[in-house]
Write a protein that binds this ligand. Structure first.
Ligand code: KG4
Ligand code: ZN
Length: 336
């Protein structure tokens, strides 16, 4: 089959990103313009501010992606773009650019589901990884346990019923007085704390369920902090971070391993911003080894939002015969 050169665009949240890929796994460039420093002072992503920055950054980011890859618009075969889920105003910026380019160049447009992109980050990182496998997608907006039956074929085994794992990290970090985004800061602080110092609840839900719930844990941490303040007792922030993280990791790991066993699969992967977490990686590395399951995770740069992962997912959609029409709209609440 002829090589497919694609331009991919991702603007679902606070990263403006464009990438050039050859076929599904060869990344020629992956430019990520993060707005984290802009949103930091607000303690979280401000949607309107995100949209305005995407508008400002999208063209230079696309140009840099092409220049770095050493290709021009005329070399491109397809354009892949995230069309949901995400912030509607942010998604629309990437989508409008992708549609304009696909129209002007007269090449196919491929709308990509953001979660599908996170999963595909593992294809870029691991040349030999092929479905089927179980993937735990844990990010700021999502917590999904997915059976990847084939390229582009997914079965959702479970999802969060309230907060996403990354959201819980960010909220707990704010309560402890750390900055935004909280995940990496808790990850770091937890290394200095005792994960068994405070007993926070583990929410497994009803027997056999693959769903998650993190709001009870988040409330338990907030209640603990308030209780200590009321009693004027000193708070060991590192112990709080480590104990909270332990509660999250225990549940995430247990459900991923159980899903592999129950579906008879010997491959497990993690994806999304929280998959950058060092303790989660170490725990799963150990557990998977014990169960003789091959464990995959993307390098840090491909864990958080980036366009290369969208390009990989878009390529597999395209070769499976899926393209989008030019009236493709942003779908903020899109389900997998
Ligand atoms: O995938 P992502 O960039 O955006 C979404 O699609 O949501 O994920 C961002 C989330 C944030 O909540 C951030 O705190 C979390 O990923 N995160 C981490 C780590 N690095 C990023 N959480 C735990 N440990 C980390 N090392
Ligand atoms: Zn994401």
């Amino acid at each position: 089959m002829k090589d497919i050169l694609s331009l991919a665009i991702e603007t679902s949240c606070d990263e403006t990103s464009a990438a050039v890929l050859k076929n599904g796994r060869e990344v020629k460039s992956n430019i990520i313009m993060s707005q984290i420093d802009i949103h930091k002072k607000f303690g979280g992503v401000v949607p309107e501010v995100a949209s305005r920055n995407h508008v400002q950054d999208i063209n230079p980011v696309i140009k840099e992606a092409l220049d770095t890859a050493g290709v021009s618009f005329r070399d491109l075969d397809i354009i892949s773009v995230t069309y949901g889920p995400g912030l509607v105003g942010a998604l629309l910026v990437g989508l409008a650019s992708a549609k304009a380019l696909a129209y002007a160049l007269d090449i196919p447009l491929v709308g990509v589901h953001h979660i599908e992109g996170h999963i595909a980050a593992n294809y870029i990182a691991h040349e030999k990884l092929e479905p089927p496998f179980i993937c735990l997608v844990v990010s700021g907006g999502h917590t999904h346990l997915v059976k990847v039956a084939d390229y582009g074929k997914y079965e959702i085994l479970g999802r969060t019923r309230d907060d996403a794992a990354g959201e819980a990290y960010d909220k707990v970090a704010r309560a402890i007085g750390l900055g935004y985004p909280g995940g990496p800061l808790i990850d770091k602080l937890a290394k200095e704390g005792n994960p068994h110092a405070i007993s926070f609840p583990r929410t497994y839900l009803e027997e056999g369920s693959y769903d998650f719930s993190f709001s009870g844990l988040k409330s338990a941490v907030l209640n603990y902090l308030n209780g200590m303040k009321m009693k004027a007792e000193p708070i060991n922030e590192a112990d709080v971070a480590a104990s909270f993280q332990e509660a999250v990791i225990e549940v995430l790991s247990a459900k991923l391993i159980r899903a592999c066993k129950e579906h008879g699969l010997k491959q497990a992967a993690i994806a999304g911003g929280v998959s950058a977490n060092s303790a989660l990686r170490e725990r799963l590395e150990t557990m998977c080894k014990k169960e003789e399951i091959d464990f995959y995770y993307p390098p840090l740069m491909l864990c958080t939002d980036n366009a290369a992962m969208i390009g990989s997912a878009g390529y597999y959609e395209y070769v499976n015969g899926y393209t989008s029409s030019l009236d493709l709209n942003a779908k903020p609440g899109l389900r997998l």
